[in-house]
Write a protein that binds this ligand. Structure first.
Ligand code: S3P
Length: 425
């Protein structure tokens, strides 16, 4: 699918975003192993979160999808062996987190995915799961498909070698089935939706200075939960508002979990005019409305734990860097190389097509400021965040742009192009 994006002068109106991708995955999995019914409102409409639901169905959960998602949970020990390979599609979160659950099941299962997912590293979850007693086989020892021979897992005390919420979640989900306390230590704070969701579904979990302690074999109970709007999807529009001459946009019901909202601190810190309104709590998560207006943006630098916190937003922040006064420097971002695409390479490729300078390094990049975007043929390379980031860049181009493979946006945000057309003029 190819999309044509015309330059825009204004961004205005209000938008409501589909549910947060990270939270949707976790609710879908936990509801399936809880006892009783869960109603999940505003569940992500993206293909990734649908992959999670289909996998849980194949494992025996009874799931109805009609706007909201209703899950009849099977209880902690109620999953059954799937009839065939579980298809995780494009979703690294599905594969890595589900592997944790499967490591503890008394049956063998196989997890596969699309071409992009099949190139992503799985050694990071295999190591702790093997320590817990599961046997995991992978292509060339580290790539999907994975064959998991589960069984009795034992509790471990594990220090994450990479700052990854997916790996942390994988270990915690396996730890649900272990006797005693599973401890995960994280050198850098990563998104904590698993910890919050586990607590909501009734698990006993303690958190203190970089360590998470989960007590195994809890009784999880079905819940009615609302998934907050996805802040990582909101990021595209927060940047869009800085790419045009005039903007005043409200984004409603967005998740503002502090492990994710450092994006807002960063944007406000470099000059973006942002207001956070009507803050509330739901299911242990914080949610609120964002109002963003056009303002001069200074630019800045992202490194260390800030890089980890903004990892999904870096492609669109690179676009913002190019129109900022001083540009953007990103360091410590080697993880970008192993996302849905090598995002340092795919950002640089599209920047070059638009005549925008970027200097890349093994683990980061520098985008000088005050640059102009030129109309070009762009390519998502099958990566949802690249499709959306460069649609935003196209708003500031000197003519219409076309994006090859724009359909990739539906991995996290199928309504993206309709929404963009509604607010951009
Ligand atoms: C996610 C964690 C991040 C992020 C991904 C979703 C999650 O990946 O990039 O889009 O839901 O836990 P890592 O945990 O591998 O950094």
């Amino acid at each position: 699918m190819r999309e044509r994006i015309s330059p825009a002068k204004t961004i205005s109106g209000s938008v409501h975003l589909p549910g947060d991708k990270s939270i949707s995955h976790r609710y879908g999995m936990l509801a399936s192993i809880a006892e009783g019914t869960s109603a999940l409102r505003n569940y992500s409409t993206g293909a990734d979160c649908r992959s999670t639901l289909e996998c849980m169905r194949a494992l025996g959960a009874d799931i109805r999808i009609d706007g909201d998602v209703t899950v009849e949970g099977r209880g902690l020990n109620g999953l059954r062996a799937p009839a065939s390979e579980l298809d995780c599609g494009n979703s690294g979160s599905t594969m890595r987190m589900l592997a944790g659950l499967l490591a503890a099941q008394p049956f063998e299962s196989r997890l596969g995915g699309d071409e992009s997912l099949s190139r992503r590293p799985m050694g990071r979850i295999m190591a702790p799961l093997e320590q817990m007693g599961a046997r995991v086989e992978a292509r060339d020892g580290r790539y999907p498909p994975l064959t998991i021979r589960g069984g009795n897992v034992r509790a471990i005390d594990y220090t994450l070698p990479v700052a990854s919420a997916q790996v942390k979640s994988c270990v915690l989900l396996a730890g649900l089935y272990a006797e005693g306390q599973t401890i995960v230590r994280e050198p850098m704070r990563t998104r904590d939706h698993t910890e919050i969701a586990l607590q909501e579904f009734g698990a006993e979990i303690e958190r203190s200075r970089g360590a998470i302690t989960l007590t195994g074999r809890p009784q999880l109970r079905g819940r009615d939960l609302v998934v907050p709007g996805d802040l990582s999807s909101a990021a595209f529009f927060l940047v869009a508002a800085q790419m045009v001459a005039d903007a005043d946009l409200t984004i409603e019901g967005v998740g503002l979990n502090p492990t994710r909202s450092r994006l807002l601190d960063f944007l406000a810190g470099i000059g973006v005019r942002l207001q956070v309104l009507d803050v509330q709590q739901t299911g242990g998560e914080i949610i609120g409305n964002l109002r963003v207006r056009r303002s001069p943006v200074r630019g800045g630098s992202i490194e260390g734990d800030l890089t980890a916190a903004l990892i999904d937003e870096l492609p669109v922040l690179a676009v913002l860097g190019a129109v900022s006064d001083e540009g953007l420097v990103v360091k410590d971002a080697g993880e970008l190389r192993v996302k849905e695409t090598d995002r340092i390479a795919t950002v640089a490729d599209n920047m070059a097509r638009m005549g925008v300078k970027i200097e890349t390094r093994a683990d980061g990049f520098t985008v000088p400021g005050k640059q102009k975007f030129h109309a070009a043929q762009l390519d998502s390379f099958g990566d949802h965040r690249i499709a959306m980031a460069f649609s935003i860049a196209a708003l500031a181009a000197d003519g219409p742009c076309e994006i090859e493979g724009a359909g990739a946006a539906s991995v996290s945000f199928p309504e993206f192009f309709d929404t963009l057309r509604r607010i951009a003029a």
